[in-house]
Structure formats: structure tokens, C-alpha cells
Design a binder for this molecule. Structure first.
Ligand code: NDP
Length: 497
């Protein structure tokens, strides 16, 4: 009997000990993990072998690499830079993102009315003031199967990111109808701000029923004689406050249940369209239409993340819980690349802040701090040492004559741009790249077409962007095309032969 009692006592003791150990385990491990999970930023990273030790000695390291320069990216960069973490922003092919293609914004909290371009400029300046390094380059591929994450740029750099923020935004959708690609940039466009002045007194159609369609029509209303907004369904999606503004424009008409099925052109420019009545299926030919403005939504820019990050069926990056964490540890996203619902600049900026904070917490939990940074700093990627050739801005025919005298027979390429034109902004880093690459043989100049009227007249610049190539001061080539690096390179090279 006493041996049974003794046995029970031992058993009770063991159970008590297990209870105490369990309590301690819960307090120190489960609670800590719960905290991490609550932030939603930590994931099992055993398969990625993520530890700072292995980074020491690697070159081109970027502790916080931000892809894109719209409001989401610049907000994330601001938070990275303010934490004094080395933050590098690859500005991408459309610096400033889609905001550079809108006219005025009236829903940026705290500011009654401001130009989209000003918002991004202010955001960029603010992040740069805290030390974020802005780089005019784009990610051309990413490898997220190994850590540090490898990002290759269009200029051929290989960067190693400890934490990555994806804010690559979205690109306007196209219709996919015959004639659209043939006349792209020659009447078919997504940018009324850029092209509206070329439709003075003309008749144009705007396709879509959202806020963008209204915005395009409003921009066109000061120039075109007749603007018809074609809505494929029987109602508009645009917010009432935006749609109401159309009432003040007598030259804008909204036509429901209509869609463009074919675009025709004469002399290389849009001249008419086929329009289907989506209820009766009848097709009409509308002659005398000189412009087709597309405002039919956007597609997320996630091509380079295919097979790297989880996306939904439409290509939007999927996020974990209430955080901005993607399917990969240390990779965060915000803005139109991951938001199929709200798509607002203010929301993008807010989510960008969340992404920036998530990234800072993630780096901190990884053990990234002053001493670890000190060990890595000599190997950081630093764009400030690049010997880029700046493209000279000229503002008058006199300026041009001066450059011509100094050019010593080199080919001259003049880039006509407008600061409100997204295609022009897309071309800026491309032109700078070409100016650096061809510095020995070519002088690149830029002209703000909204300021330098005598140069616009001299070279008969018909639109922006517009490039004119000059040999000994005489025009030998021109193009209105929006080009990538290799296309611009090939275009200029043909005149060097
Ligand atoms: P939306 O997705 O809101 O609207 C797209 C429109 O295009 C819809 O009317 C849609 O029709 C139509 N559409 C789509 N595909 C086709 C097609 N193949 N043929 C014909 N029509 C088509 O996009 P938006 O770019 O207008 O707006 C996106 C977001 O940005 C919104 O949240 C908007 O509020 C915001 N925004 C805000 C602005 C501001 O405040 N200043 C300015 C511009 C945008 P359907 O309805 O039938 O699908």
C-alpha cells in the first residue's frame, strides 16, 4: 500500500514538473511566436537558409530594396530611410507611376487639389531627404528562390536584397481589337494629358466607364469639338462626384452599350472606328474619329515575379493576413500591384507605409542592427559612384546653336518631352542610359516642349515624346516611338554608320 502511495507521489511530482516546464515553454516560446505572427511578418524560412552570417563579404548588398517609385514605393522607402536602414529605390520604367498620368488629384488627404506629378515629386524628395537612394533603372528579373534575393537590372547590375518591397504598379489594359496596335501612338492612346492638344477641334472617343474615362474626357473637353464616352454596359462605374463634372462639358456625351470593334486609319493616323451596340449587336461605322482614348482599367506589373510570388488569377500579388507580406519571407508588396480593390493613391501610400514597417520589423528580427550593418557596409551597393552622363536641357534656339558649335561634329539627338507626359517620363532614364553609352559619338539634348516654343517650331515637333536626329545641325531622322533601351540604341546607331 505504501509503495502505491509513494508511486502516486512520484507521478504527481513528475506531472507538476511537466506542468511548470509547459508553462515556461508557453511563456517564452509560444507567446513570442504569437507576437511575431500577430505582426504577420515571420515565416518558416528553413528552406531559404536565411541568416545574416552568409551575407558578409557578398557585394552589391542592399538591405532594403524598393522596386517602383509610385506612392506605395516612396512611402515604404521613407520608412526604410527614416529607420536609417540603407534603402535603394529602383525607380522603374515609369518614374512616379500612374500618378504622373493624372492631372489633378482632389482626394489626397489634407490637400484640396494638387497635380499628380507634384505628389510624387514631394514623396520622392521626402524619402531622399532621409537618405533613400533613387536610381533611374528597372528590375529586369528577380530570383526569389535563394536569399539574399537577387535582382538584375536593365542596366545589367546584380543586386542582393535582404528585404524587398514590390511596388511595381499596374499598366493600362488594351482592347485587343484590329487596328489598335497599328495606330498605337498615332491616335490610339491611354494619355489624354499627353495627346489632348493634338485633337483641337476634332472628334474623339473615350472607352470605359470608370473615373479614368471621366478624367480623360474632362482633359479632352478643352480641346476636342466632340467627345463620346463609350460605356460597354448600361451604367458607369465612375464615382458620382467625378461623373457630375461631365455635366459642365457640353461637348462630352456618354453613350451606353457601345464598344469599339475595329480602328481604321489614313496616312498613318486614326480616322474612323467600328462601334458595336452591345445590346442589339448592330455594328456602325463612325467616320471622322481622330482619337481613341482607352480607359478600361489596369493589369498588375507582375510578369517578373511569375513563379517567384503567389498571385491571384488576374496576376495581383497575394498578401498574408493584414500585413503586406507576400508568399516569400522578407518580400513585401503594396499599391496597384497587389490591390485589385481600392486602387487609390492614398491607399497605396498607406499600405506602402505598412510594407516599410513590416520590412523594418523583419530585418530587426533577423538580427540586422548597427554592428551587423557595420560589417556589411563596405559591400553595399552604392549608385552614387556611377559616372552617368547627364542629358543637357536646352531652352532656346540660341542654346541649341551653342551646343552645335561645341559638339565637334558629333551626332545630336534632341528629345522633346513634357513633364506631364508618362511616355516622356518613361523615356527619360532610357535616354540618359543611351547618352552614357554613346557619349563618345552622340550628344543627347532634352527640350521641354511646354517651355521652348522656338525649338518646337524650328524642329516642327508634332507631339511628345519626339526625337529628332541631327548631323551637322541638319535633321536626318525622327521618331515619335516610345522605345526601350535596345530600341533607342538601334535607332540612334543607324545614323552613325
Ligand atoms: P475601372 O476598373 O474603375 O473602370 C474600367 C472601366 O472600363 C469600366 O467601366 C469597365 O466596364 C470598362 N472596361 C473594361 N474592359 C473593357 C473593354 N474591354 N471594353 C470596354 N470597356 C471596358 O478603372 P479606372 O482606371 O477607371 O479606375 C481605377 C481606379 O482608380 C478606381 O478605383 C478609380 O476610382 C481610381 N481613379 C481615381 C481617379 C481620381 O480620383 N482622380 C482618376 C482615375 C482613377 P465594366 O464596368 O463593364 O466592367
Amino acid at each position: 500500500m505504501s509503495s502505491i502511495k509513494q508511486g502516486l507521489k512520484v507521478l504527481m511530482g513528475v506531472l507538476l514538473l511537466l506542468g511548470v516546464l509547459g508553462g515556461l515553454w508557453w511563456m517564452f516560446y509560444v507567446q513570442k511566436s504569437a507576437k511575431k505572427t500577430a505582426k504577420g511578418i515571420w515565416q518558416n524560412n528553413a528552406d531559404m537558409s536565411i541568416n545574416l552570417e552568409k551575407v558578409y563579404g557578398m557585394d552589391n548588398v542592399v538591405p532594403f530594396l524598393v522596386l517602383g517609385s509610385g506612392p506605395a514605393s516612396l512611402a515604404a522607402a521613407l520608412y526604410g530611410a527614416r529607420t536609417r536602414i540603407r534603402t535603394v529605390v529602383l525607380k522603374g520604367n515609369q518614374p512616379g507611376g500612374q500618378l504622373t498620368g493624372t492631372s489633378y488629384i482632389e482626394n489626397w488627404p489634407g490637400i484640396r487639389k494638387i497635380r499628380g506629378t507634384e505628389v510624387v515629386k514631394d514623396c520622392e524628395d521626402q524619402a531622399a531627404r532621409f537618405g533613400a537612394l533613387m536610381v533611374s533603372d528597372s528590375a529586369s528579373s528577380v530570383d526569389l528562390t535563394r536569399w539574399p534575393y537577387v535582382v538584375t537590372t536593365e542596366e545589367g547590375k546584380t543586386l542582393r536584397a535582404l528585404a524587398l518591397f514590390v511596388g511595381t504598379g499596374a499598366t493600362p489594359k488594351k482592347l485587343g481589337v484590329p487596328g489598335e496596335s497599328d495606330f498605337w501612338g498615332h491616335g490610339v492612346t491611354t494619355c489624354a494629358i499627353c495627346d489632348a492638344p493634338y485633337h483641337k477641334g476634332g472628334s474623339v472617343v473615350v472607352i470605359g466607364g470608370g473615373d479614368s474615362a471621366v478624367e480623360e474626357a474632362l482633359e479632352l473637353s478643352s480641346y476636342a469639338r466632340e467627345i463620346r464616352i463609350l460605356v460597354r454596359g448600361d451604367s458607369m462605374r465612375a464615382s458620382p462626384s467625378m461623373a457630375e463634372r461631365l455635366n459642365q462639358c457640353s461637348n462630352v456625351k456618354v453613350i451606353y452599350n457601345r464598344a469599339v470593334t475595329k480602328i481604321y486609319g489614313t496616312d498613318g493616323h486614326v480616322s474612323s472606328v467600328d462601334v458595336i451596340n452591345t445590346s442589339t449587336k448592330e455594328i456602325e461605322h463612325w467616320a471622322g474619329v481622330g482619337g481613341v482614348f482607352l480607359a478600361i482599367g489596369h493589369r498588375p506589373n507582375t510578369a517578373i515575379f511569375k513563379n517567384n510570388l503567389e498571385t491571384d488569377d488576374m496576376g495581383y500579388i497575394l498578401l498574408q493576413g493584414r500585413s503586406q507580406l507576400t508568399s516569400k519571407p522578407g518580400v513585401f508588396a503594396a499599391g496597384d500591384v497587389s490591390d485589385p480593390t481600392y486602387k487609390q493613391a492614398g491607399v497605396a501610400a498607406g499600405d506602402g507605409i505598412k510594407g516599410g514597417l513590416d520590412a523594418m520589423w523583419w530585418l530587426s528580427e533577423l538580427g540586422y542592427n548597427g554592428p551587423t550593418e557595420e560589417k556589411m557596409e563596405p559591400y553595399f551597393f552604392d549608385p552614387r559612384g556611377d559616372n552617368k552622363v547627364e542629358v543637357e536641357q536646352i531652352n532656346s534656339v540660341n542654346d541649341f546653336e551653342d551646343v552645335l558649335k561645341k559638339s565637334k561634329g558629333k551626332l545630336i539627338v534632341v528629345d522633346f518631352y513634357a513633364s506631364t507626359c508618362p511616355s516622356c517620363m518613361h523615356m527619360m532614364p532610357v535616354v540618359q542610359w543611351a547618352a552614357t553609352k554613346l557619349a563618345d559619338q552622340v550628344v543627347f539634348l532634352k527640350v521641354d516642349a511646354a517651355i521652348a516654343f522656338d525649338l518646337v517650331k524650328k524642329f516642327r515637333a508634332p507631339a511628345v515624346p519626339y526625337f529628332v536626329v541631327l548631323k551637322e545641325g541638319k535633321p536626318v531622322g525622327e521618331t515619335k516611338e516610345v522605345m526601350d533601351r535596345s530600341e533607342l540604341y538601334e535607332f540612334v546607331k543607324q545614323y552613325l554608320k
